[in-house]
Structures are given as C-alpha cells and as structure tokens.
Design a protein around this ligand. Structure first.
Ligand code: HBI
Ligand code: FE
Length: 282
C-alpha cells in the first residue's frame, strides 16, 4: 500500500525515498540488493571518520555498544543487528523509506521498534545531509538502544508521543526529542560527552557540541526545552546536559499534560537565546 511521505519540520521539499514500498505502518524491507559498491564505500568512509572521533567525546554506553552494529566496511544487514539487539534489550530495528509521520513513528517506538532509513547519501553529500539516512539512523541512534535504561526511555517517549498527539502537543514533545535524543549531552565521570544521534553522526557537530567554545550548555529543564525553538540547518547553539540516563528517564516519566498547558501559555525562546532572560523592570 502506498502511503504519503512525512512532512518534516519547516522543510518544503518532498522527502526522498520510495514510499510506494511502505506498508500502512510505513515499514518495508531493507532493499539490500539496491546498494551499489559506491554506497557501501560511502558507509565505510563515514563509519571510519566518525569512529575515529568518538573516543573521549561519545558517552561510554555508546562506545561500548558501537561494535554491535557489526560490519564497518559495508552497510550492515538489519537482520544481523536485530539478532543482537533483541537479545540485549528486546528492541528491533525496522526499515522505513525515510521520515515518516508522527503517529506511525511514535507507534513503532511504543512497540520497541526503531525505524531506520535504508538509503544512503551520495558522495557529494558526504559532509552534510538534511534528512536522516542509514548512516545517521544506524550509527547515531542504534548503539544506545543496546542500553537498558535508554531503551526503556525510548519506548516511553513513543507512548508519550501518542498521548501528545491527542493533546495537540507534538511540537512541544518534538523539541524534547530534538534536544535529548538528537542533540543531548551527558556529564560523565571523565567529562562532557555526547549521546544525541545528530551529534554522534556528524564530525563537525561532535567537536562543536562537546568541546567548542561557542554553544551554551544548560542543565536539562523540561519546560525550558519545550519552550526552545530549534534550527535544523546549522549546528545547535544551545545544548541541554544530563547527568545520567536515569535522570532523563525520571524527568520524562511524569504526565506532561499540565506541563504542556503551562508551556503553551509561556513565550517561546529562540534557539540562540542567552541563559539569563532580561528581568522585567520593577
Ligand atoms: N521518521 N524515520 C523517521 N525518523 C525520525 O526520527 C522521525 C520520523 N518522523 C517524525 C519524527 N522523527 C519527529 O516528529 C520527532 O520529533 C518525533
Ligand atoms: Fe535522528
């Protein structure tokens, strides 16, 4: 059954990927035969570059689980990753043609199924790509699904997404996703580390986020995050830092219904807003 591609953020372009392959839940088969030698070479080069940068910059849980992705010199078969992932945390990855709408996306997460795009960027897009491809989805997101606490958090996020949809609060919840699962930082014993997939799959953003002088790094505050807009076409100027995945799990466990009501009544904060907001004159 053919389905409509998702509309992502403010982007006006139609997403790439062949959505005629997708079933009603937006999943399809990994089209392994469609990969060319150039595609495998792109994956190998992306993996090699990024694997060299993650020591000392990615969180311990990520570093430990990275080998579980398997093949580095070619695009892995998702089935092979699933044999290990199911055993570790009961999660599995499923193939999607690209970005999918919020409700099917949240439904997959709520069922411990993580959607992974199967196509890979072209060589001229090696350094920058707007939409997630198989390298971002696998290298960025899948290692942490091997961590039990993070894995449970992702499922709760999916359930929360379905609830937020009914409350017209998906935009607020997607900011939480953005500033944690995509661009989150974690303070570990030996220093600041990245756990967000958007950081971990980008060489430039990894250096900028973890050790760059420019961005502001704030402790995770759910309401502050939900008020903060984000930019999809530049490095982040604001990151939110957690102390542990348990903190992330605990802070996102409460019912957000009253939080959404409070946040909707408050002004938005720009992506680059300074930490200290101007005090009203008294
Ligand atoms: N679809 N394949 C895919 N991957 C995503 O990360 C994704 C998506 N659809 C919606 C979506 N993310 C966002 O709405 C998140 O903010 C929840
Ligand atoms: Fe992502």
């Amino acid at each position: 059954m053919a389905v409509e591609p998702a509309v992502y953020g403010a982007s006006e372009r139609p997403p790439r990927g062949d959505y005629t392959r997708a079933g009603s839940d937006y999943t399809c088969e990994q089209d392994y035969a469609a990969y060319t030698e150039e595609d495998h070479d792109t994956y190998r080069r992306l993996y090699e570059r990024q694997a060299a940068l993650v020591p000392g910059r990615a969180c311990d849980e990520f570093i430990r689980a990275l080998p579980s992705l398997g093949a580095k010199e070619r695009i892995p078969h998702f089935d092979e990753i699933n044999a290990r992932l199911r055993k570790a945390t009961g999660w599995e990855i499923v193939t999607v043609p690209g970005l999918i709408p919020e409700v099917p996306f949240f439904t997959l997460l709520a069922n411990r199924r993580f959607p992974v795009t199967d196509w890979i960027r072209k060589p001229h897009e090696f350094d920058y790509i707007v939409e997630p491809d198989v390298f971002h989805d696998l290298f960025g997101h899948v290692p942490l699904l091997f961590d039990p606490v993070f894995a449970d958090h992702m499922q709760e996020y999916g359930k929360g997404g379905l609830k937020a949809h009914g409350l017209q609060a998906c935009e607020l919840l997607s900011r939480l996703y953005w500033y944690t699962i995509e661009f989150g930082l974690i303070a570990q014993d030996d220093g600041l580390r990245a756990y967000g997939a958007g950081i971990l799959s980008s060489p430039g953003e990894l250096l900028h986020a973890v050790e760059g002088p420019a961005p502001q790094r704030l402790p995770l505050d759910i309401e502050r995050v939900m008020r903060t807009r984000y930019k999809i076409d530049s490095y982040q100027q604001t990151y939110f830092v957690i102390e542990s995945f348990q903190e992330l799990f605990d802070k996102t466990a409460p019912d957000f219904t009253p939080v959404y009501e409070r946040v909707k009544a408050l002004p938005e904060i720009a992506a680059e807003a300074p930490t200290v907001e101007a005090e009203p004159a008294t």
